[in-house]
Design a protein around this ligand. Structure first.
Ligand code: FAD
Length: 505
């Protein structure tokens, strides 16, 4: 009987795992995870990612043990690890999911392809999301996404495991150089992924509509599935199909709940839509999506402003509170992430790459395809999206008018009277003395004048946008990356999607 090697990467699950399924149908299965030193040396890696993966793999290993197998952990670079395994016990095929990762994983996959060719090994790679490898254009992308999500959830009834594996329990000490593991982050593992989905569908999703923008309500109202999707503890197909069933079971009166879940499904679609951009053009991890914006911010990078942002000392309470919440929990809702990047890109005029590297280590759910596309979109370098500038004072007024959020994460704000919550730096010195807060010390002074700096940065960006060569370059970006999704108000289209997905909502 043949030995089939399954390589686990960002797909820490056993259910709806196409690679495992295909291998189990063919022969004896040997399952490996490789701790690649160079991968964890990358600037976007953090200890929280490693620990989350470790927690998830522990559960995977336990599940395999119930069926007489185990997950093997190997240390080393690829393809050397494959050579070592192959020398021990030759295998015929390598199975894995496709990965839309960073420049390192892209180059490593090229090396693995060459190794497989040299050793006459067939490498079968399976789509993990609704992302299409080798996509020519976006025209049929939506139907490909729908087809992927509507396919049956795969489950292997019996796996015959290769028996030569060292059956020691999984041991994964973290590389010593890795940093940042928030105490209050979500924990890894498939059971927690399932519990989070159930809890969201049954209870929390009632607050999705209207609750996802404020950082006060968002931690409960949002699904919180992002790390489980990013590290593959649950498949996107499982989430889409369970949500579809849930929507179908709602009573006709539950219109707000239904609308919320439909909006949630749209975000699951965006997940793959954004990853597709990096899949189709891996260079956007490093360079502007639209080259007409090259040179816009690169030379002006102000390290003091960047340090202030990272240290939660920009002086804008909403921004600083978000930085601290993110540091403590590894998570922030979409609007607040967008606000952080907008503040970095406009008033602070920071190039998106260093900001994105730092945020990648802060986000437990770091997913390169979504991350770099969003960084560029919020910084105005895609050339195809309208300029989105989030004013942190307005965001505080809209989403934290009573200061509960900023006071939770910035203790000094507890002493600031309500009337100065939005712009505490404007507090007269007598009031500062009265309440025992010194602006510039207990609370940072804003790095720049918000209104002036924002106007100036928008003018610079718009001046670029008006240039003929920049206008001309827009078409190619639209052709390659823009969504062809029809408006959600188009009823006939909606029902076609529902029909294909087997939903009636
Ligand atoms: C600058 C920036 C960087 C981001 N980086 C990441 C990242 O590295 N990883 C990541 O998963 N999300 C990222 N997002 C998108 C979004 O903020 C998170 O997906 C969301 O906050 C995760 O929480 P949730 O699972 O509760 O979201 P929900 O609102 O419950 O959404 C469900 C799922 O849909 C997907 N999703 C939601 N919003 C978006 C979006 N705007 N674009 C693409 N997919 C979306 C995610 O997979 C999410 O888990 C980023 C957004 C910005 C503005």
């Amino acid at each position: 009987m043949s030995t089939e090697l399954v390589w686990f990467k960002r797909d820490c699950r056993w259910r709806d795992h196409a690679a495992l399924n295909a291998a189990a149908a063919r022969g004896r299965v040997r399952c490996i995870y490789v701790i690649e030193p160079s991968l964890w040396q990358q600037a976007d890696a953090a200890l929280q990612h490693f620990e989350f993966v470790r927690e998830s793999l522990e559960e995977l290993d336990q599940a395999f043990r119930l069926h007489g197998g185990c997950l093997e952990i190997h240390h080393g670079e690829l393809p050397e690890v494959l050579t070592k395994i192959w020398n021990e016990t030759p295998f015929q095929r390598l199975y894995s999911h496709q990965e839309t990762g960073n420049q390192f994983t892209y180059a490593r996959d090229i090396a693995v392809t060459a190794w497989c060719k040299a050793h006459q090994i067939e490498w079968q790679e399976f789509a993990q999301f609704g992302v299409v490898r080798g996509l020519k254009n976006r025209n049929l992308w939506q139907s490909a996404w729908e087809k992927h999500m509507a396919a049956p959830i795969q489950h292997v009834e019996t796996i015959q495991f290769w028996q030569g594996a060292n059956s020691a329990y999984l041991h994964m000490p973290a590389p010593a150089h890795l940093k940042h593991n928030p105490a209050r982050r979500q924990k890894g593992g498939r059971s927690l992924a399932i519990a989070t989905l159930k809890n969201f569908l049954n209870t929390r999703s009632l607050g999705y509509r209207g609750g996802i923008s404020s950082p006060l309500s968002a931690p409960d109202a949002c699904s919180r599935l992002s790390p489980y999707l990013a590290w593959g503890c649950i498949s996107m197909r499982e989430v889409v199909q369970h949500t579809g069933k849930h929507i179908n079971a709602l009573s006709p009166q539950a219109s707000k709940h239904r609308a919320g879940l439909q909006a949630f499904i749209s975000r699951l679609y965006w997940h793959c839509h954004f990853i597709q951009k990096l899949e189709s053009e891996p260079e956007i991890e490093w360079r502007n999506m639209h080259s007409g914006y090259d040179g816009l911010r690169e030379e002006d990078f102000n390290h003091e402003y960047f340090d202030a942002l990272k240290a939660a000392r920009t002086g804008w309470p909403m921004v600083d509170a978000c930085v601290i919440m993110l540091r403590e929990t590894g998570w922030l809702n979409f609007r607040m992430r967008a606000m952080l990047v907008s503040v970095a890109a406009y008033p602070l005029w920071l190039h998106w790459r260093p900001v994105g590297e730092w945020l990648a280590t802060q986000f437990l759910d770091y997913e390169p395809g979504i991350h770099w596309s969003q960084l560029q979109m919020q910084s105005g370098t895609t050339g195809i999206n309208t300029t989105r500038v989030y004013n942190p004072v307005k965001q505080a007024l809209d989403h934290d008018p009573h200061g509960r959020f900023v006071r939770q994460w910035l203790p000094a704000m507890q002493r600031v009277p309500n009337s100065w919550l939005l712009e505490p730096w404007k507090m007269p010195i007598e009031i500062q003395k009265q309440v025992g807060i010194l602006v510039g010390q207990d609370i940072a002074l804003p790095c720049v004048d918000l209104a002036l700096a924002t106007t100036e940065s928008k003018n610079r960006l718009h001046a670029r946008r008006k240039q003929d060569d920049v206008k001309a370059g827009k078409k190619a970006v639209i052709e390659k990356h823009a969504s062809r999704k029809k408006s959600s108000t188009s009823k006939s289209r909606r029902s076609k999607i529902d029909e294909q997905l087997g939903f009636n909502f």
